[in-house]
Design a protein around this ligand. Structure first.
Ligand code: SF4
Ligand code: SF4
Length: 484
């Protein structure tokens, strides 16, 4: 633990309601939490009490969750996994929401040492899509069947100013090609001003996503030696500015492998507690990326890498600690790893992803790769959809909440009242049906038809089931975009 304390002389009071990053992500509080978790990792009585509280499905504090993460009692760990699975089932059923990333530009002025787009990398080809190129990329994504995108750009005020991002969002929402339509654009761009967040909100974005990378300030500053991202507080307080700008769905995440995972886990939950304490709503999603190989990046250089067992434990403990927060896993992870953690709490996955600029229309030869990270799961969207159904999951292309204005605390209160279920399953079945009609291979179509038939019976309300059946017939006739 020693390296975590070096150089931190000042004492910052922990205050989840503070608007200062040093106070709502207090280093001292994290260190104290880790010591508490370590001291109690075999405390059967305390662990049982925490599990009892978690069974109420109201979530856990970062301290309680840290004890579960550290727990070394075999039988209690088994209980944690079982509870995570049960919570996943109760809140998200067997539905998995699908999305894809879209890289707009890899120009970047920052110096992040784990990312090949860092400014000093002079040999990686730099690209920025024109609006016409975006059109082509989006049509390629629509032709795969995607309805939900996550936009990605490097930080570069000259090449990728906010106006470029806003224009791109407008272009994307405006593209109607055959039966395709991108219905929700989530945005993953650098920390910015309240004014710019307001503009993004007005442009109709879904979730604003920003990964913290690491909550450990000293490490953060070393990992981001140059560029505006070097400013830890500005970056960590970005979600506050986003909320001030009217964006009420925000997505958090850390890049596991940069720092000690226990530290990141506690920081992540403290961030969620802060948002809940100040704005009454925690993050909409949490992503759990692990560092991957890329152009001039060797993941082995970072000595905090985590193995698959630890990764599974982190996913399970996040699920138990924040039951209402969606959890995302990308194609950074292999099919095998994704398979392992899906049932522990993941609610959204990407499929058929390309992580280079322009990669959907012009896939790059491997030797000239300009991907932000190497994709582990290289299967097509149809293969991923087919695979999910083979395991009993319902791939969902639903974007209904955002489009019905169920965001932020409106979304959360519906969730907490257990009402969201009445929307998710019908919407999943209707959007899957659209996918099957418009994009699926023969085998996927066959599997999907059987799955829809079976799952219809699980819609609890008879009148809702009747409406869904009617709408499924409408979809067969060529009508689209039904939702609850
Ligand atoms: S992580 Fe983002 S900000 Fe950092 S170098 Fe890569 S693209 Fe730029
Ligand atoms: S109804 Fe809302 S919560 Fe459910 S899958 Fe659709 S968008 Fe997500």
């Amino acid at each position: 633990m020693e390296n975590l304390t070096r150089g931190r002389k000042e004492f910052m009071m922990y205050n989840p309601k503070s608007n200062c990053a040093d106070e709502f992500i207090s280093h001292e509080e994290i260190m104290d939490t880790l010591a508490y978790a370590k001291n109690n990792r075999a405390n059967r009585e305390l662990i049982s009490q925490i599990l009892e509280k978690a069974r109420e499905r109201k979530g856990l504090s970062h301290r309680e969750a840290a004890v579960l993460l550290d727990c070394e009692l075999e039988d209690k760990n088994q209980e944690i996994y079982e509870l995570a699975q049960q919570i996943k089932k109760d809140f998200y059923g067997n539905r998995i929401v699908m999305f894809a990333p879209l890289y707009l530009s890899n120009y970047c002025v920052n110096g992040c040492v784990y990312c090949p787009y860092h400014a000093k990398n002079k040999h990686i080809p730099r690209k920025k899509l024109t609006q016409e190129e975006i059109r082509r990329e989006v049509i390629a994504l629509q032709d795969m069947g995607h309805k939900r995108l996550a936009l990605e750009t490097g930080e570069d005020p000259v090449n990728n100013p906010i106006e470029y991002v806003l224009e791109s969002i407008q272009t994307i929402y405006g593209i109607k090609h055959k039966n395709g339509a991108i219905r929700r654009v989530n945005v993953n761009i650098a920390a910015t001003t309240v004014e710019n967040y307001r503009k993004l909100k007005e442009a109709g974005i879904g979730t604003y996503i920003l990964f913290q990378e690491t909550y450990h300030k000293e490490s953060y500053e070393k990992l981001h030696p140059t560029g505006p991202k070097h400013d830890y507080n500005y970056h960590t307080e970005a979600m506050d500015r986003a909320m001030e700008g009217g964006i009420d769905d925000v997505g958090c995440g850390v890049l596991f492998g940069l720092e000690m995972y226990r530290y990141e886990f506690a920081g992540l939950l403290m961030h969620a507690e802060h948002l809940e304490a100040v704005y009454g709503v925690g993050p909409h999603t949490i992503s759990v990326p692990r560092i991957r190989r890329a152009d001039d990046i060797d993941p082995d250089v970072f000595d905090n890498g985590i193995d698959d067992d630890t990764f599974a434990k982190i996913v399970a403990c996040i699920r138990v600690a924040v039951p209402y927060t969606g959890m995302i896993i990308s194609t950074r992870e292999s099919q095998k790893c994704r398979e392992r953690v899906l049932h522990l709490g993941i609610s959204q996955i990407s499929g058929g992803s390309r992580t280079s600029v322009g990669g959907y229309v012009d896939p790059e030869p491997e030797e000239e790769s300009s991907e932000q990270f190497e994709v582990s799961d290289k299967r097509s969207l149809d293969e991923v959809v087919n695979w999910l159904m083979g395991m009993g999951y319902i791939p969902s292309f639903c974007t209904a909440c955002y489009r019905e204005g169920r965001t932020g605390d409106r979304f959360m209160s519906l969730c907490k009242a257990g009402q969201i279920h009445n929307c998710c399953l019908p919407n999943a079945l209707m959007t899957l049906k659209e996918y099957l009609m418009d994009y699926a291979s023969e085998d996927t179509k066959k599997k999907g038809a059987a799955l829809i038939q079976k799952e219809l019976e699980n819609i609890p309300k008879e009148n809702v089931r009747a409406i869904v059946e009617e709408r499924l017939t409408e979809i067969e006739k060529g009508n689209r975009d039904f939702r609850f």
